[in-house]
Design a protein around this ligand. Structure first.
Ligand code: EPU
Length: 419
């Protein structure tokens, strides 16, 4: 069992390179490569655990993946593709459901296991299904699988998403790039990963206008060709190190990211008393005093991302004053606060809200990581705890972070990995 042991740490200082956005972008780029027969190269990829699952999944549908050097992979999709994604892989990682649109686009049919809910909420798939049906696909749920067919090919359609779902926008993009005619996705997700995916598809030969805005227009093309692409820095990792800085204090520089990808975090943490500025290739930040509490409400991009919420709660737990945190994206993302309370945090949760009253110091305790961001939040909370904090089930953290302990250590934190 992987555990991270965190001890009271000095103020953070130093520079680290932000890893490529592998969990929330790299895996989607890999799925997209199925639409461009040939060899797609993905650079700046980090060895998070979700990458290993996606490599297995693409292998199982017939792609050949080679890891090249420290941070690149080559995906060869020139062979025959089997349009079936098995339960044992899809159930381990929700991003694997992103294979549905590309499989349908390439093969005209797809059978993808339902990923199920997870520890942050029910996470439905109705918008993926409705969108594909609007494009003429016949989609059924059969014995735990989504079975989709598009006899005669997919047709472009206008589709209004009920909520700007990241995954539904991505799956519909994957289905629409090779569909006949024009698809319009209204109320599309605007996350930087979507902008990147649209740009990638365009470089592959697609015709997409409006990526990064609420209306994306896709004119179907006959075929796509593979490209060589480099992932942007992982913005959730950026938010994690900025939250850690707010907790431990100090001055850090993050290289390989863009401040506009974390604008709302910068705005909020700025109001709380952190100084944050752009640099030529990243972000510089300083926290010279205890931060002041601010209410936080999560929203799709450009709002305060739900993935930053557990990290922000950890920060508020040691900030001055009381704040209300409202979670608007998931229906059950506050389970981790009971673990934080074991460390002495004054936090109460009721439905989609939590009230956090900052204390000066937390207490070390053994706590359990239930998911990737909750786990990271407990780790950074440990920086401001007296005594030792042991974060159990830390394998959840490895799903999305490339060596979180090593990077925090590079900033001066006292943290080690066991098991
Ligand atoms: N939803 C529906 N129906 C659908 C699709 C989504 O009701 O058909 C709901 C979900 O239940 C959820 C909300 O819409 O309550 C948002 O879901 P969305 O589809 O936007 O999220 P996702 O694509 O499943 C990605 C990230 C998440 C991140 C969300 C929101 C990946 C692999 N995952 O998930 O990342 O929280 O977007 O930004 O890209 C994380 O990194 O810790 C993480 C959970």
């Amino acid at each position: 069992m992987t555990r991270f042991v965190v001890r009271p740490s000095p103020r953070l200082s130093g520079t680290i390179k932000v890893s490529g956005a592998t969990k929330n972008l790299g895996c989607k780029v890999m799925a997209a490569s199925l639409l461009a027969p040939g060899v797609t190269t993905v650079r700046n990829i980090s060895k998070v655990d979700d990458l290993a699952i996606m490599i297995e999944l693409l292998g199982s549908v017939g792609a050949a993946i080679a890891v090249v050097g420290e941070d690149s992979i080559e995906i060869d999709t020139s062979g025959a593709i089997i349009p079936e994604a098995p339960f044992e892989l899809v159930s381990r990682m929700r991003a694997s459901f992103n294979i549905l649109g590309p499989l349908l686009g390439r093969c005209g049919e797809a059978r993808v296991a339902l990923p199920g809910g997870d520890s942050i909420g029910s996470r439905k798939l109705d918008m993926h299904v409705d969108g594909l049906r609007a494009m003429g696909a016949c989609v059924e749920i059969d014995q735990g699988f989504v079975v989709a067919r598009s006899e005669g090919g997919l047709r472009g359609a206008r589709h209004l998403l009920e909520f700007p779902s990241v995954g539904a926008t991505e799956n519909l993009l994957g289905a629409a790039v090779l569909a006949k005619g024009v698809t319009v996705i209204d109320n599309a997700a605007r996350e930087p990963e979507i902008t990147e995916l649209c740009a990638l598809f365009n470089r592959m030969g697609a015709h997409i206008v409006g990526g990064g805005s609420s209306t994306i227009t896709i004119e179907g093309v006959e075929s796509l060709h593979p490209v060589d692409t480099t992932l942007i820095g992982d913005r959730i990792e950026v938010g994690t190190y900025l939250s850690a800085l707010g907790i431990a204090g100090g001055e850090i520089e993050l290289v390989g990211t863009r401040i506009d990808h974390v604008e709302m975090v910068v705005h909020k943490f700025g109001k709380m008393g952190m100084l944050i500025s752009p640099t030529a290739d990243g972000i510089w930040a300083r926290a010279s005093r205890r931060l002041t509490a601010q209410d936080i409400s999560t929203l799709p991009f450009p709002g305060f991302a739900t993935d930053f919420m557990p990290l922000a709660v950890a920060l508020l737990a040691v900030s001055e004053g009381t704040a209300i945190v409202t979670e608007n994206v998931y229906d059950d993302r506050f389970a981790f606060v009971t673990e934080l309370a074991r460390m002495g945090a004054q936090v109460r949760n009721e439905g989609r809200h939590a009230v956090v009253s900052g204390v000066e110091r937390l207490r070390g305790a053994t706590v359990v990581a239930a998911d990737v961001r909750a786990g990271a939040a407990l780790v950074i909370a440990g920086l401001a705890a007296d005594d030792e904090t042991v974060v159990a089930d830390a394998h959840h953290i490895d799903r999305g972070y490339s060596d979180l302990p090593g990077k925090l250590r590079a900033l001066g934190a006292d943290i080690e990995r066991l098991g």
